[in-house]
Design a protein around this ligand. Structure first.
Ligand SMILES: Cc1cc2nc3c(=O)[nH]c(=O)nc-3n(C[C@H](O)[C@H](O)[C@H](O)COP(=O)(O)OP(=O)(O)OC[C@H]3O[C@@H](n4cnc5c(N)ncnc54)[C@H](O)[C@@H]3O)c2cc1C
Length: 459
């Protein structure tokens, strides 16, 4: 059989590259519309940036995305449809702050001087007022897009407020969302990101914000459920390598196990990884160059498991925020039945890059020292210590999300979602609501499938 014949035998209506939440959503939508579909997934599991592992001690660990919050209706509806239970992030008790030289144990408002608290409120209000002008479908068309895209969040912060504590607070909270420092991020991108989520507080907050709720058993169940029913349409351990467009509605995807022909393809991987595929003919310059300007953040998610959440007895909630490094923030990730205690922390951005280069025992010691600073010496002796180093995940290329440095949106923003012939772009980085989140992954998957379906029906 010739290569052409074998490609034709493997012909389908749609090929989806990537079985994360976005690709799986796109695939399910195409299947539901009656299309023949193949999903190519590089890893030996589905879920991509959602990845859950059961714990011998009881409970589970979410190694990637874990929270859902108000306004994330798709992901909440999916969890509900699957009968998954949810529970609130544990916040009862006192938190710790170690920021710009202020060290304190506290409940309620941040333990900063009134002038610093006012500076945070003013800075966030100014930020949200600007974000309100961003059209989420086209950040590059915002009235002051060029001015905002020509600076970093850091340069804006330095001009906006003299309060070093306010700057430090926004630096660490923003770094922990994106996995990049404020000096790497376009102001326009961050305004867009906040707009897509409904404001900066929605991104930062626990109660009423993106960190409000968790799913019992872990978020990977969402992906597993979407994958259920795809049957042998789903090919694990099958990285796509190249996309060849032969004409309108005629595309061949070359993968590790051979080539397949289709009418359309959904590329449901972050832009930086989409740029690692080979394209023939080459992508239009704007799209090719975009993939070279949309890096992934850097994050190591660290978790320690204890027999109990012992810090709760001491009146602590395990929450902390710090600019001391390497751990920027911690959360109590214990399961709701308290079958064990889990403390989780993020090492983000430049700190992640530094820490990933350390020997494993040095990293473990540094993290457990930081945990001990939050909940006491008991933190130094966990039953188990688990790291998810997304900087070393070949098929994510970093995490938690991709972001735009200055100049990217205004130069190349139109190429973020624009299809290239039969190639459609999904993945949370292409979302217009909750960009960067699981919710955005679902929205982007729906939109890319609808584009492909419209093409398939000649619409
Ligand atoms: C540490 C961390 C914490 C996070 N916390 C939260 C949170 O609390 N709440 C929240 O909503 N979001 C969170 N996120 C973000 C959230 O996980 C992502 O937005 C979402 O999972 C992205 O889904 P996706 O389908 O767009 O991309 P991905 O999940 O990255 O899926 C892409 C898929 O494509 C596959 N792939 C890559 N290259 C190829 C190739 N060449 N061929 C075939 N397959 C390929 C990958 O293996 C992967 O399965 C977090 C992420 C991380 C890493």
């Amino acid at each position: 059989m010739s290569i052409q014949e074998s490609e034709d035998r493997a012909r389908v209506d749609a090929i989806v590259i990537g079985a994360g939440l976005s690709g799986l959503t796109a695939a399910r939508r195409c299947v539901d519309a009656g299309l023949s579909v193949v999903v190519l997934e590089a890893r030996s599991r589905v879920g991509g940036r959602v990845w859950s592992q059961p714990l011998e001690e009881g409970g589970w660990l979410d190694l990637g995305g874990q929270w859902i919050g108000p306004g994330q209706t798709r992901v909440a509806t999916l969890a509900e449809r699957l009968g998954l239970e949810t529970f609130p992030t544990h916040t009862a008790g006192e938190s710790r702050l170690d920021l710009a030289g202020h060290r304190a144990r506290f409940a309620g408002d941040l333990p900063l001087a009134p002038a610093d608290l006012a500076a945070i409120a003013e800075t966030m209000a100014a930020f949200d007022a600007m974000a309100g002008n961003i059209p989420p479908e086209a950040a590059h068309d915002a009235p002051r897009a060029h001015a905002w895209d020509g600076q970093t969040v850091e340069t804006w912060l330095r001009r906006q407020t003299r309060s070093e504590a306010a700057r430090a607070y926004l630096r660490v909270t923003i770094a922990s969302m994106i996995g990049a420092s404020t000096s790497e991020l376009s102001l326009l991108h961050m305004l867009f990101y906040a707009r897509a989520a409904g404001g900066l507080a929605a991104l930062i907050d626990i109660d009423g914000g993106a960190q409000q709720t968790r799913i019992v058993g872990g978020t990977q169940q969402l992906a597993a459920a979407l994958a259920d029913g795809l049957g042998d349409r789903l090919r694990l351990d099958t990285p796509a390598r190249a996309i060849e467009v032969r004409g309108p509605g005629d595309v061949t995807v070359h993968a590790a196990d051979g080539s397949r022909r289709a009418a359309g393809v959904v590329v449901a991987v972050p832009p930086a990884l989409a740029g690692r595929l080979a394209y023939d003919p080459p992508l239009p310059p704007a799209r090719d160059l975009l993939t070279q300007r949309y890096p992934m953040g850097a994050v190591i998610k660290v978790q320690a498991v204890y027999p109990t959440p012992f810090w709760r007895e001491a009146g602590l909630n395990g929450l902390s925020l710090s600019d001391r490094g390497p751990v920027v923030g911690t959360f109590d990730n214990s399961p709701p039945d308290e079958s064990c205690g889990v403390l989780m922390g993020f090492v983000e951005g430049h700190e992640a890059l530094r820490a990933t280069a350390w020997p494993a025992d040095r990293r473990r010691t540094a993290v457990l020292d930081a945990f001990a600073g939050v909940v006491g010496d008991g933190a130094a002796r966990p039953l188990r210590y688990v790291e998810a180093d997304w900087t070393r995940e070949r098929w994510s290329g970093g995490g938690p999300v991709g972001y735009a440095p200055p100049g990217t949106w205004t130069g190349y923003g139109a190429a973020v979602r624009a299809p290239v012939g039969p190639i459609h772009w999904a993945g949370t980085e292409t979302a217009t609501v909750w960009n960067g989140y699981m919710e955005g992954a679902l929205q982007a998957g729906e939109r890319a499938a609808d584009e492909l379906l419209a093409g398939a029906s000649g619409g």
